[in-house]
Design a protein. Structure first.
Length: 241
């Protein structure tokens, strides 16, 4: 029997990514690697008037997740943490630092590919965690895993925020005269509506249209938030608990 050659090491299976500094201190690379999110380009299959990177998307998703959580609490009797929602959103695509942004049509083309990519993402998350000191890993694991076992409600909010961020990109491209995002805009709007989150529906009606306006239009818009609450969309009234 011939001796089999040792298979190549799968890059995400490596366990040690830290190095020892000149003074003997262990260098931890976690935050330096996270900072590379700004180099990961999104919308690889699309012609964009302005490129968007992963860092921008993560920040906007965090802002939107915080807003959705506030809407849920203030208008629909929710009891979620807007701060936790924002933190989860900041890290929701962190694994793409290693995997890149796989376009949605490719990612969901077939179940086998989707399952395989999920495994790659899990390896990437473990690789990131390995770059932290052991005592900090329990604090960051739930962030990288979008809430852990008890975060289903927050995961839905982050998912809605993620799709809203992509939808906003489509609106901005349309405003810039780029029709390449027209179908994606329709698809993403339907996807947000299909989540059946009242706070997301409110955002679509009350806040999304402003993204299609110019700066002059935004600055010149009259203040309609009067004492009689005219600025509040009637379809976004607080529901009975």
């Amino acid at each position: 029997m011939t001796k089999l050659e040792k298979p190549p090491v799968f890059p995400y299976d490596k366990k040690e990514y830290d190095r020892t500094g000149r003074e003997g201190d262990v260098l931890r690379h976690f935050f330096a690697v996270l900072s590379r999110m700004k180099h990961i380009r999104r919308w690889g299959l699309m012609r964009s008037t302005r490129e968007e990177n992963l860092c921008e998307h993560s920040f906007e998703t965090a802002v939107l997740a915080h807003a959705l959580a506030v809407l849920r609490n203030e208008r629909f009797g929710g009891h979620v943490s807007p701060e936790r929602a924002a933190a989860l959103a900041l890290f929701h695509d962190a694994s793409e630092i290693f995997t890149g942004d796989l376009p949605t049509p490719v990612k969901y083309d077939n179940p086998v590919l989707r399952t395989s990519y999920a495994a790659v993402e899990a390896h990437a998350r473990e690789r990131l965690l390995s770059m932290l000191p052991p005592d900090l890993r329990p604090a960051y694991r739930p962030l990288l895993e979008e809430g852990g076992e008890d975060g289903e409600e927050l995961r839905r909010i982050v998912k809605a925020a993620d799709k809203l961020s992509a939808l906003i990109k489509c609106v901005e491209e349309r405003r810039a005269g780029n029709t390449d995002f027209a179908r994606a805009e329709q698809t993403l709007r339907r996807a947000v509506e299909a989540l059946e989150l009242p706070e997301a529906d409110c955002f679509l009606k009350e806040f999304l249209p402003s993204y299609a306006l110019t700066l002059d239009e935004l600055e010149g818009a009259p203040d309609t938030d009067q004492e009689n609450n005219e600025g509040k969309d009637p379809d976004c009234d607080e529901t009975e608990s």
